[in-house]
Design a protein around this ligand. Structure first.
Ligand SMILES: [Zn+2]
Length: 457
């Protein structure tokens, strides 16, 4: 059996996954900054790490899955101010919307979901430790900065060179810093902003320190996997490494994983570019029953390290592929059994997933199995298809209910009326009903023997 290998951004190589504690895996994923609904590109990142967690569990690991919530940040303060809403009420509402989007996408809830504002103590402890080691200093403006110059190895994740980075910065921008690359750990309080008391004066944390403090508190100074979007490699993850390794003098993370962008045309989908759809906008346009699994299927069909284009055609194509799998499950009722890994298609699926989560190959195995189910009409193979899909969170719905979708017409009544019309040789009425259903996106399939089945287009 193939071992799990993971592409480690830190070493730029695929490496066999060897957890710190045999049989266990700790994973930390940078979660949302809750100032708005997540866009569908963010949804891709969260779906990717949901897949990673599910596959680790399916492989027998006892996983601790931590995903944080950034609930204090300039964007949050600005947005709450614009709306005239207290910050706490505003973030509660955006967190609830995020949870709802995750549920619609069938993403597992993390085991722990630390919120920045509840971890101020651990953040301050970390900053004090950095200061005592000469890695943090108080700037002239009252902010506390990390001294990049004093941390050897800065740039090792993103493979950036300090001289090049400095050349790219406008040195005079912030006179409070010793070095333009230094980044803020603690921001001095400003009037009208939330702040916490500290040895450095009242203030609030910088963004990067949150993840170092929360991951350390939840998973320990060294842990197995850290994930996030591609764009977080620099500066966010580089800064997390500097803070955590600077404070603890031991390796921070053994495997760094980054999910590639979802693109609109040739550009990354992002809020700053304004070329985005929120996840809920996309879901609201899809069938209410099928949409969540369809979008998730679309987001995970491409390999997580490859950029993916968002187009209505590709989204629809993913829906058709998924409905094809469910149709096989409807036609041949699935026997309930655990995955038989000795079956060659199951083994191919597992080898693909173990090869750095190679979903294009794994999904191809599912389609191959669908063809086998259709050919052999074997309930055992149908059960295998369902169970394999289940390892990564697919194909667990009732096929009949899934394929019918969230239609509001009483389709069964119309189908019965059409059958009665046909029997009475009222073909005009029968055709009119078929046309009405077709206009509502319902396809009828007349089976030998007179029965009629239907599904959503
Ligand atoms: Zn983070």
């Amino acid at each position: 059996m193939s071992p799990l290998v993971i592409y480690n951004t830190l070493t730029r190589r695929k490496e066999t996954f060897v957890p710190l504690v045999p049989g266990r895996a700790g994973i930390y994923v940078c979660g949302p900054t809750v100032y708005d609904f997540i866009h569908v590109g963010n949804a891709r990142t969260f779906a990717v790490f949901d897949l990673v967690v599910r596959w680790l569990r399916a492989s027998g690991y006892e996983v601790t899955y931590v995903r944080n919530i950034t609930d204090v940040d300039d964007k949050i303060l600005d947005r709450a101010r614009e709306r005239g809403e207290p910050i706490g009420a505003f973030t509660e509402r955006t967190v609830a919307a995020f949870v709802e989007d995750c549920e619609r996408l069938n993403l597992l809830a993390p085991d722990r979901e630390p919120r920045a504002t509840r971890y101020i103590g651990p953040m301050l402890e970390l900053i004090e430790r950095l200061e005592s080691k000469g890695l943090a200093y108080r700037g002239a403006n009252g902010d506390v900065f990390f001294s990049v110059h004093d941390f050897p190895g800065y740039g090792k994740l993103s493979r950036k060179n300090l001289a090049d980075l400095r050349a790219g910065e406008r040195v005079a921008v912030e006179a409070a810093k010793r070095d333009p690359l230094d980044f803020v750990l603690w921001k001095a309080a400003k009037p009208g902003e939330p702040s916490w008391p500290s040895a450095f004066g009242a203030g609030r944390p910088g963004w990067h320190i949150e993840c170092s403090a929360m991951s350390g508190r939840e998973l320990g100074a060294t842990f197995d996997i850290h994930g996030g979007g591609w764009d977080l490699q620099f500066p966010h993850h580089e800064n997390e490494i500097a803070q955590s390794e600077g404070a603890n003098a031991e390796p921070f993370v053994n495997y760094w994983m980054h999910a590639a962008f979802l693109n609109m045309g040739d550009e990354k989908m992002s809020k700053s570019l304004g070329n985005f759809f929120t996840a809920r906008e996309v879901l609201d346009r899809l069938d209410p029953v099928q949409g969540g699994e369809q979008l998730r299927f679309f987001l995970l069909r491409g390999h997580y390290r490859s950029e993916l284009a968002f187009t209505p055609e590709l989204l629809e194509d993913a829906g058709n592929a998924l409905r094809g799998l469910y149709t096989a499950l409807r036609e041949v009722p699935a026997a309930r059994s655990p995955v038989d890994w000795s079956h060659p298609i199951a083994a191919r699926f597992r080898d693909a997933m173990n090869d750095d989560f190679d979903t294009p190959v794994a999904f191809a195995a599912l389609h191959e199995l669908r063809a086998e189910v259709n050919r052999t009409r074997s309930g055992a193979l149908s059960g295998l298809l369902r169970a394999l899909g289940g390892t990564i969170g697919f194909l667990q719905r009732d096929p009949e209910a899934f394929l019918k979708g969230g239609v509001t017409l009483d389709v069964d009544a119309l189908v019965a009326e059409r059958s009665a019309a046909k029997k009475a040789k009222d073909y005009a009425r029968a055709d009119a009903i078929r046309a009405q259903l077709d206009a509502s996106g319902i396809v009828l399939e007349d089976k030998p023997g007179g029965a009629t089945e239907w599904r959503k287009k």
